[in-house]
Design a protein around this ligand. Structure first.
Ligand code: ZN
Ligand code: ZN
Ligand code: ZN
Length: 342
């Protein structure tokens, strides 16, 4: 079986799921054609933006004239801190099961400037964002009822981001959500049977193979994972075995800022448009249990496939069977690597 030519399945050791890879379906060489609608330039400040400094938000709260990052409770929070954890199981059959979920949803603006992105911000300003994330993670992780803190950014209308102002969301929950729960289970199992960390071992293997690396610096490495589902999916791993942002050194805060800018600005070069994506950090659960198995990482999931307007849809076999991709992770990584160093 040749990974470059033959249809095959690849295993994701983090989630225990498979992805179908069909390299033979790439009928024509991939040119990265640019079919971008000319994007209107966003202004520094937008009087109609609910995230810009000094503007009113829904509900009539006015944003302060913040000079750097700015955090507030989500005005339309998906979770409430005071929800009871009551459980429901109708007739104890395990068929109609529900439980209350409490949590906290916050929004963080990266900058007062309406028209910046991680790809265009100065690394020194991204460092302020990383420091603010560390502060948020520390505070929320310290709350007794919070077992997981998810920091994530949705960028671009294609990903449902309602506002171009650079910002992320922070959802802290009383239970561990599905994706990190699967990764927790896999990392624990691997740690027990190999007496080493899954992602430490994986990053070391990738460093020897080199074919899926995108860019790297002293603290972090960015690569297209072997099991990537999205065409230009990227996994960012710390070089050191860190379980969360609370383990960062000053140098690692700078390194993470650098690698985030590199990945985001490389993406913008792929189709010469601001690249949409969902990005987020996976950190150890904050459930007051030691997590020696957990390795800090970030996922970038961008939906674009062949041009600025052609996106990948998870439909048909992907919805009913298994996710599938045509261009291999190695081809995608090569393309990103070229753009990263250009
Ligand atoms: Zn704004
Ligand atoms: Zn590790
Ligand atoms: Zn993860």
């Amino acid at each position: 079986m040749k990974l470059t030519d033959d249809p095959h399945r690849r295993f994701n050791p983090l989630t225990g799921e498979w992805v179908l890879v069909s390299p033979q379906r790439t009928l024509r060489p991939w040119h990265g054609e640019v079919a971008a609608p000319p994007s209107a330039k966003e202004p520094d400040y937008d009087p109609n933006c609910y995230l810009c400094p000094g503007n009113n938000r829904a509900g009539g709260v006015r944003n302060p004239d913040y000079p750097g990052t700015f955090v507030f409770e989500n005005d339309f929070a998906a979770l409430q801190p005071d929800t009871s954890k009551q459980q429901l199981d109708v007739e104890s059959k395990g068929l109609l099961v529900a439980e209350g979920e409490s949590g906290i949803c916050r929004v963080m603006c990266f900058s007062p400037r309406h028209n910046l992105t991680l790809s265009t911000m100065q690394v020194s300003d991204i460092e302020l964002v990383v420091r603010a994330w560390v502060g948020q993670f520390r505070e929320l992780a310290g709350l007794k009822e919070i077992r997981h803190v998810q920091i994530f950014e949705n960028r671009g209308a294609m990903m449902g981001a309602s506002n171009p102002h650079p910002h992320c969301q922070i959802w802290a929950t009383s239970s561990i959500p599905e994706a990190p729960a699967k990764e927790l289970n896999s990392q624990q199992t691997y740690f027990k049977s190999h007496k080493s960390c899954l992602l430490c071992d994986y990053v070391e293997l990738e460093a020897r193979q080199k074919v899926r690396q995108v860019c790297e610096n002293d603290g972090f490495v960015a690569l297209v994972p072997f099991w990537a589902v999205w065409p230009f999916e990227v996994l960012v791993c710390s070089r050191r075995h860190l379980s969360s942002m609370l383990d960062f050194t000053v140098a690692e805060i700078a390194s993470l800022s650098g690698v985030l800018k590199q990945v985001a600005s490389t993406y913008d070069k792929v189709f010469a448009v601001p690249f949409p994506y969902s990005m987020g950090f996976h950190q150890a659960p904050t459930d007051d249990v030691e997590h020696p198995e957990w390795h800090f990482h970030a996922h970038f999931y961008p939906p674009l496939l062949r041009s600025a307007s052609v996106r990948k849809f998870m439909v048909g076999f992907e919805m009913l069977g298994t996710p599938q991709r045509d261009i291999t992770p190695e081809v995608a990584a090569e393309r990103l690597r070229e753009l990263c160093s250009s």
